[in-house]
Design a protein around this ligand. Structure first.
Ligand code: ATP
Length: 294
């Protein structure tokens, strides 16, 4: 096989709940996640010399073993294809360190693509299990479809398509330390909780207001206390007509849900002079093609 291409879609947390902390320090999560049509593009070219090389078009991303895409390739190579080599070119479009799972999406795309390129015949569950060793968002990104995600991030229950809607994404230009936010979430019982069951019911009934009514992010207040812009962006989105607006992941990115394109455009126009990075996107319709181990 010659060069192949794979898309790595950004994720948003329609709900994010931290239930408790395991003895190993990792959180027990309950999250409804979906992907949006904002994606990195990954090109993979086989190499005869057995080496793995990552190149990116971003000045700010590592191209060595600190890159999650590189680590995903090494993981598969070491286990299943010790002689195979590949060059991985990443066209970066997902905002970095934004709470949109860009690194995890790239790693998951590399797992899916190398599974094809190297003809490994692994199914999604097997790729997700491998991916969990890289980052807790990788299993979801292997599936890249709307799902309830529990455990430490490894239990994925696909939920079907979200109700039709538009998503306005705004990333304030401020850094967030994910480990710091997670440390401060060590007592989840003190955090506000979204209504996950309502989000799921809204998806199953294709009822957008019901879904939006249950949404929330348990970590939002922690990040907002450090970055007050997040609260202001949420308020502005609501003011311009979003059904709801909240942070994704550990932030700092905020997204608002709109029922129509014109409403989404109004929110976009209202935010453009206020936040440098704003996008109007839709939940992703494409589903990852299942690969069976025949
Ligand atoms: P997390 O919550 O896991 O920190 P995030 O979605 O907020 O993730 P990412 O864009 O994944 O943010 O970046 C987080 C860190 O991962 C950054 O420090 C970045 O340098 C590193 N990283 C490693 N590989 C990648 C990659 N392929 N794309 C983006 N970031 C990467």
């Amino acid at each position: 096989m010659s060069e192949i291409m794979e898309r790595a879609a950004a994720k948003i947390n329609l709900s994010l709940d931290a239930l408790y902390v395991h003895a190993d320090g990792l959180h027990e999560w309950e999250m409804v996640m979906t992907c949006v049509d904002l994606h990195d593009t990954i090109h993979l070219t086989p190499r005869a010399d057995g080496r793995i090389r990552v190149r990116t078009d971003s000045l700010f991303l590592p191209e060595d073993s600190r890159n999650l895409a590189y680590r995903a390739a090494v993981l598969l190579q070491q286990r299943y294809a010790p002689d195979a080599g590949v060059t991985i070119d990443i066209e970066k479009h997902i905002p970095v360190s934004a709470g949109m799972g860009g690194g995890s999406a790239d790693a998951a795309a590399v797992l899916r693509a190398l599974n094809r390129l190297w003809q490994l015949g692994l199914d999604r569950a097997a790729l997700a299990r491998l991916g969990l060793t890289l980052d807790s968002d990788v299993p979801f990104c292997v599936y890249s479809e709307t799902a309830l995600v529990t455990g430490r991030g490894e239990i994925i229950h696909p939920l079907g398509q979200t109700p039709d809607c538009w998503v306005v994404i705004a990333k304030p230009p401020v850094p967030v330390s994910t480990p710091q936010i997670l440390n401060e979430a060590a007592r989840p019982e003190r955090l506000p909780h979204p209504d996950t069951q309502r989000v799921i019911a809204g998806i199953q009934a294709q009822n957008l207001p019901l879904m939006a009514g249950g949404m929330g992010n348990a970590l939002e207040t922690i990040t907002e206390d450090k970055i007050p812009e997040i609260r202001r962006i949420r308020q502005k989105m609501r003011q311009f007509g979003a059904l709801t607006a909240q942070m994704t992941g550990t932030g700092p990115t905020v997204f608002g849900i709109a029922a129509t394109h014109s409403r989404a455009q109004r929110i976009y126009n209202g935010l453009r002079g206020f936040v440098p990075e704003v996008y109007v996107v839709r939940p992703l319709k494409r589903q990852t093609k299942e690969v069976t181990a025949e």
